[in-house]
Design a protein. Structure first.
Length: 304
């Protein structure tokens, strides 16, 4: 599995926020004043009140804000330690910038590019307040878009007293992702779909994020059975899957090394995709630990 596919799992923590905006003026009975600002290529940017939020889940933290003109900044750190977190094209933590509109499928990020002169920077996580359930910090970084070589410089970034939640949002009515994982039933409590660079990613998770299944298919995937190949095996398949679960210290992403995704329906008019899936994985933290995902079924709406 490529690193970008693993990062799709991390990005969903931020992506789900834009599909589940909330008003956060009062959190847990405490009045808080939220603030999320930056300067993008010399122009001021500020998240709209109510369109800023954070998630702390399974040892990761995401902070996401959307401005009045639909510009989004989303930062995902793979641990919650206070202090400076360095972002590079190879780091597990990531920042993303893009527009919530028709061009949203092509984002800028710190994970694209060849080195830190092209993309990267830092995020200083200064406070995680478990009493008010808020996070604060500062950031600056460059983000890059490999599809056209464009770059954005995001400077003087500040997020202060951003309220966070520790559960994922519910699913759209009619959405389903179910399977058997190592002969135990799995039924998603939170289901999200996102299009990125002509690929559709479907993520089904438990509400606390302790288990999830991600399926990645081309947005124009035709009806029929499609093979999943192991990472590094050529020719590479555009179809992939990941089983993610809470390990002893952090989440572990276990990529599929073989399997199939059978598309039963992909209706562009209704923005709904249905299918079956099954795959086997090798635990990324231990080459001797395998997982079998069988009897999988998904029916998911992927429209905006």
């Amino acid at each position: 599995m490529t690193r970008s596919k693993i990062l799709l799992l991390l990005l969903f923590i931020g992506g789900i926020f834009s599909a589940c905006k909330k008003e956060y003026s009062i959190e847990n009975g405490n009045v808080t004043t939220s603030n999320f600002t930056a300067v993008i290529n010399g122009m001021p940017w500020a998240a709209t009140t109510g369109d800023e939020g954070a998630t702390l889940l399974q040892g990761m933290v995401n902070i996401t804000g959307i401005s009045a003109d639909s510009q989004e900044i989303s930062i995902t750190l793979t641990d919650t330690l206070l202090g400076v977190h360095i972002l590079t094209p190879k780091s597990s933590s990531i920042a993303v910038y893009g527009f919530i509109d028709s061009s949203y499928s092509s984002n800028f990020s710190t994970s694209q590019g060849t080195d830190s002169t092209v993309s990267g920077g830092q995020v200083d996580l200064t406070e995680v307040n478990t009493l008010t359930k808020t996070v604060s910090g500062a950031f600056s970084f460059k983000v890059y878009r490999s599809s056209d070589g464009a770059q954005r410089t995001i400077a003087s970034g500040v997020f202060s007293n951003i309220p966070y939640t520790s559960t994922l949002p519910g699913s759209n009515p009619g959405d389903t992702v179910t399977a058997s994982i190592d002969n135990s039933p799995f039924s998603s409590e939170s289901i999200q779909a996102s299009i990125q660079d002509d690929f559709l990613t479907i993520l089904g998770s438990t509400s606390n994020g302790s288990q999830s299944i991600a399926l990645v298919v081309p947005t124009n995937a035709p009806v029929g059975s499609h093979a999943i190949t192991a990472p590094g095996v050529l020719p590479a398949s555009p179809y992939s899957a990941i089983y993610d679960f809470a390990g002893p210290n952090s989440n572990t992403a276990a990529p599929a090394n073989a399997g199939t995704i059978n598309i039963l329906e992909n209706n562009a008019s209704t923005s709904r995709i249905k299918g079956n899936f099954s795959f086997t994985t090798t635990d990324a933290s231990s080459a001797n630990t395998n997982h079998t995902i069988s009897s999988g079924f998904f029916s998911v709406y992927y429209g905006k």
